[in-house]
Design a protein around this ligand. Structure first.
Ligand code: GDP
Ligand code: ZN
Length: 450
């Protein structure tokens, strides 16, 4: 797909901000050889080789030295000429090098602009472009591996197979429109319905895989309710196990930690700690509490943690009553090593109840399995590719149109139209059928330099 745009030369620091051994500036544009020569003092870098050089300012003074890489288009990430200046990774050096690039005619890149150009120049489709951001943001190894799979095109390939089958079926259906007398017989003979069913089955499979990928990407949002000392931190650590645990530990407005992130079997789990939800007159804290309640509204489930020697206390009960009634919940009775109860799963008042010990880890696996089951996660097998809500929505719409096509297949015009709509919905995933504003939204969420 080629939209019209003016390919200005763009530049950005591609490495993370701050100090590092090496800092990389990426430049993309048309015909960058003169640019490369100007910044390296007249050297002509050999394509795709590292050239050791000084980087010079306008007066011929060296700013830094390092490696210059030159990838002539179209065999580059963006499809344009790309330069990489690998200098020393200090903020001042990077700033001076970037200023020199601007002086040489480049402008600072917008977030995601390199990847957007790769998309516009057909180097990546939209699902692949999104997986670039997902790979960078991946919060677990499993998510990173699945993102890479999407980046390499596994997801797009599945979609293309579906679209190709849809096109074949559409050709058949549209051909019959020219023969209004015999169209139904014709469709029956050609087994149009059988083809439609197989298509639907395949779509359902892709939908299931994409759903697993979306869970891996978005993770699960858990509200943690529990009094001090019932073992919340201990349980979080026990759940996280060997997966490099607490990823972030965002401090609350005053004393309490409001949100934590752990990873369970590769699935990121965002924890909203209701310890921060108490009555207060402090204005700043009130805002924090308001935000926490908003997060509670969007949560996937609530985890109620109590000391099994005490059971549900009045305080826990009070928070429970304020939770959205439809929010699924799991009760956890901790410290069974002290109460002497047996670890394991039961059901109480219609909610699952897990007895466990965060200290001895008895029963922790039971809870893990229950949590993953409740959000519909069945494990990342080899086939899982990372997917986004946007993809799930598009797949769901395609499935709906296939249903309508099926329901009304004897009205051949409607049959044909529904198939067309199903194809459009699927093509949104790879970007072959996407509005410009959708592209804007997707790429603006990237970080700069990507
Ligand atoms: P939090 O305040 O809810 O985060 O509770 P902590 O995780 O800090 O635990 C409070 C205390 O209870 C600590 O001394 C823990 O070692 C202890 N504790 C937590 N879980 C268990 C458990 O399952 N068995 C026993 N015996 N002690 C536990
Ligand atoms: Zn989160």
């Amino acid at each position: 797909m080629n939209l019209s745009y003016t390919p200005a030369t763009i530049c950005a620091v591609a490495t993370a901000p701050g100090r590092g051994g090496v800092g990389v500036i990426r430049v993309s544009g048309k015909d960058l050889l003169p640019f490369a020569q100007a910044i390296s003092g007249g050297k002509s870098p050999k394509p795709r080789y590292a050239t050791y050089t000084d980087f010079f300012d306008a007066h011929g003074q060296a700013i830094d030295n390092g490696l210059l890489l030159y990838f002539p288009g179209p065999n580059s990430f963006t499809g344009e000429d790309v330069l990489e200046l690998q200098g020393h990774g200090g903020p001042v050096v990077m700033k001076m090098l970037l200023a020199r690039c601007v002086e040489l005619g480049a402008r600072l890149a917008e977030p995601g602009e390199f990847t957007k150009r790769a998309f516009l120049n057909d180097k990546l489709d939209l699902a692949q472009a999104e997986s670039v951001a997902d790979l960078i943001d991946a919060s677990s190894e499993t998510a990173a591996k699945s993102a890479l799979k999407s980046l390499k095109g596994a997801f797009s390939k599945e979609i293309h197979v579906l679209v190709d089958e849809l096109i074949t079926l559409r050709m058949l259906v549209e051909a019959t429109l020219d023969f209004p007398e015999e169209e139904i017989d014709f469709l029956k003979q050609a087994d149009a319905l059988g083809k439609l069913m197989r298509l639907r089955d395949r779509l359902v499979q892709v939908q299931a895989t994409a759903k697993q990928g979306a869970i891996l990407r978005e993770g699960m949002h858990v509200v943690l309710v529990g009094q001090p000392n019932v073992g919340k931190s201990s349980l979080m650590n026990a759940l996280a196990g060997d997966d490099i645990a607490i990823v972030t530990d965002i401090a609350g407005t005053t004393r309490d930690t409001v949100r934590e992130e752990i990873v369970i079997d590769g699935v990121p789990v965002h924890i909203i700690d209701t310890a921060g939800l108490r009555d207060t007159d402090d204005v700043v804290e009130k805002i924090g509490i308001e935000r926490t309640w908003q997060a509670v509204e969007r949560a996937d489930l609530a985890l109620l943690l109590v000391d099994s020697r005490e059971g549900l206390t009045a305080e826990v009960q009070a928070i429970l009553e304020r939770l959205p009634p439809a929010l699924p919940r799991v009760q956890v009775f901790n410290k069974v090593d002290l109460s002497g109860e047996a670890a394991g799963l039961s059901v109480e008042n219609g909610h699952p109840l897990v007895r466990l010990s965060a200290r001895t880890h008895q029963g922790v696996d039971v809870l893990k399995a229950k949590l993953l089951e409740m959000i519909g996660y069945s494990g990342a097998d080899e086939g899982v590719f990372l997917a986004r809500q946007r993809h799930l929505d598009a797949i769901a719409r395609a499935a709906e149109h296939l249903e309508l096509a099926h329901a009304d297949w004897e009205q051949v015009e409607i049959f044909a139209e529904e198939l067309r709509m199903a194809q459009n919905a699927l093509s949104e995933i790879t970007g072959e059928f996407s509005a410009d504003d959708l592209l804007g939204v997707i790429f603006s969420r990237f970080c700069i330099g990507k």
